[in-house]
Design a protein around this ligand. Sequence first.
Ligand code: AMP
Length: 307
Amino acid sequence: MIVRLDDPRTAERWCRDWMASGRSLGFVPTMGALHDGHLALVRRARRENDAVCVSVFVNPLQFNEKRDFELYPRDFDADVKLLDGAGTSMVFTGTLASFFPGELDAHGELVESAWRDPGEPALGLEGDLRPGHFRGVATIVARLFDVARPTRAYFGAKDYQQTLVVRDLVRRLGGPQIVVCETEREPSGLARSSRNELLSADERREAVVLYRSLRAARDDWQRGERSPRALAARMHSTFERSPARVEYAEVRDPERWTRAAPTHALERAVALVAARIGKVRLIDNLRLDEPLREPLQGPRTEVASER
Ligand code: AMP
């Protein structure tokens, strides 16, 4: 039976007691509205550790749009049930004030000294389009690691740039072993996301265009295309007949993050895309140089017929 804790201090005691027994602890930080993508992280953490703890906290520090924060789906009771079913030992949540006791000013804002620097991987793409986002991510992740002090922490490749920010943070400040898990997709190829809940049925169908653009870039890569500019153009062309509004569609060298897209031919590549479907902003990415893990029925034929 899962232990449910509403106060980070109690969670901290639970984790200290667990670690004191000499057993390992896997940790999965989330913002709730859980889906199979989150649960895949939990299951992997369960396989690789003696216990799993999960945090559910819609972190206001990482939202650069107030409306996005307000609309973000929340259902803690449903989350706890799903986590229990997936073998989670403990789930905790809290408020900004309980995560940062004594570190909020009179306006409820986090004081300067409590923030953490997200480092170089925060530059470019998500970091440029969502000012302050990765600073908020680095700050809460560092605090969550302080609370849980886990053996390993699990993150999804779905938030590619975030995994770079977290790895960099741990390199600088210390922390658990970071494990990055593959992106879980719906049968259509659409990456599972809490924000998918905010899409209408039509918009959900339209949203597959993000994955289709990544697959198109991958098809070109397979045919020998290595130019970042050409790969990006191919991704953009996928959106031509779509109502989705592209924010970026670019490639990067996965071994060497750069703020701007590289201009030279690449030996390895990850394609990254962000687009708005109606009011909902979605992101996705795909390694172009690695074997593909097919969703149950990916839109392969649609990609082919578009050419
Ligand atoms: P979030 O609740 O959106 O902050 O996500 C919590 C964790 O789950 C992050 O490490 C995400 O990258 C990961 N995650 C979200 N969606 C997926 C997915 N479709 N596949 C794998 N991991 C995911």
